[in-house]
Design a protein around this ligand. Structure first.
Ligand SMILES: Nc1ncnc2c1ncn2[C@@H]1O[C@H](COP(=O)(O)OP(=O)(O)OP(=O)(O)O)[C@@H](O)[C@H]1O
Ligand SMILES: [Mg+2]
Length: 322
């Protein structure tokens, strides 16, 4: 488990992390989302010790991340595989040797039968069996990221840290890479931490997410709770939801659907059962890890408001007047 308590970090006069506290559980897929400059990469670099922090603590399974004890830090870093937007592969090495690189760095024999088996198993896991001896320039972006993922796993880490790992890829390839990360999490039990500014990434695979804004954690929780019913204006702005376009006449009611109830035709039932008309002003339906969550804003006459609200209560639909 990763426990981050009240971590602060400044670069010269600029305070970039302003007292961050988070807990990341074993074997979860945890997202860190926020606008550019929010401090996401800095936080990730503090977690893996590439960057020092000024105060607070970061503990990994009870061991504090600190530059003071170099040996302990190196051992922690071995537990953390890392992938980036730019892949960072060595051009002169082929797929196999790029993946073997961390083993070399740690003085392991890369030609031993166990090492060879490990590397070939990883190549199979990431689906690059036919590219074992290809050079990076012969690979697509998605394939390069697969090599980087295999390389990050070669020392059997407990954590996989991903900094904008899919930001340079098109939406289809992004989905494939995210499915691969999901498979790694499921089959190898590795905790995956994903830093991203892409909502789609969080929706598709993260079980929990922290929304970072200006060096602080603005909200934390399940993506469906944070994004279907965002309570903070900053999150709404991030999602670019334009609630000011709603009608000024009548009453605007926002309905929230979650999980199984999403497909039930509550709205048409309500129109029939109350024998009343209303307009649909705004709607969204989104997939979160294969579950559908949605939100809908309807505009009703002032005189219908109470009947509509009690109908929604009867149907167990969450609502609020907006
Ligand atoms: N080494 C550094 N020296 C000085 N300032 C830095 C350094 N690294 C980051 N910063 C500043 O810290 C702030 C947070 O940067 P960080 O890279 O953590 O943001 P981010 O959330 O990852 O943004 P992005 O989505 O653009 O990657 C920015 O204002 C950045 O300019
Ligand atoms: Mg960043």
């Amino acid at each position: 488990m990763i426990k981050i308590s009240n971590v602060r970090k400044s670069f010269q006069n600029l305070e970039v992390l302003k007292g961050i506290s988070l807990e990341i559980e074993d074997s979860e897929i945890y997202g860190i989302i926020g606008q550019s400059g929010a401090g996401k990469s800095t936080l990730l670099r503090c977690i893996n010790g590439l960057e020092t922090y000024d105060s607070g603590t970061i503990e990994i399974n009870g061991t504090t991340v600190s530059a003071k004890d170099k040996k302990a830090l190196k051992n922690l870093q071995k537990q953390m595989g890392m992938i980036f937007q730019g892949f960072n592969l060595l051009e002169r090495l082929d797929v196999y040797d790029n993946i073997a690189l961390p083993m070399k760095f740690w003085g392991r024999k890369t030609k031993s039968p166990e090492s060879q088996k490990k590397i070939l198993d990883l190549i199979r896991l990431v689906g690059l069996e036919d590219k074992v001896h290809a050079k990076p320039r012969e690979l697509s972006g998605g394939q390069k990221q697969r090599v980087a993922i295999a390389r990050a796993l070669v020392l059997d880490p407990m954590f996989l840290l991903c900094d904008e790992a899919t930001s340079a890829l098109d939406p289809e390839i992004t989905k494939e890479i995210l499915s691969l990360l999901q498979k790694i999490n499921r089959e190898l039990g590795i905790t995956v931490i994903i830093v991203t500014h892409q909502m789609e990434v969080v929706k598709q695979i993260c079980q929990r997410v922290a929304f970072l804004s200006d060096g602080g954690v603005l909200a934390e929780g399940k993506p469906e709770d944070l994004f279907v019913k965002p309570e903070r204006t900053e999150i709404k702005t991030f999602l670019r939801e334009e609630s000011e376009l709603l009608p000024t006449e009548g009453v605007n009611i926002q309905l929230f659907f979650s999980g199984e109830g999403s497909e039930e035709p509550v709205v048409t039932q309500m129109a029939r059962s109350l024998d009343s008309d209303f307009s649909i002003c705004w709607a969204k339906l989104e997939d979160f890890r294969e579950n559908v969550y949605g939100s809908l804003v309807i505009n009703v006459k002032e005189t219908d408001k109470d009947r509509v609200c009690s109908f929604l209560d009867d149907k167990n639909v969450a609502w609020e007047v907006v």
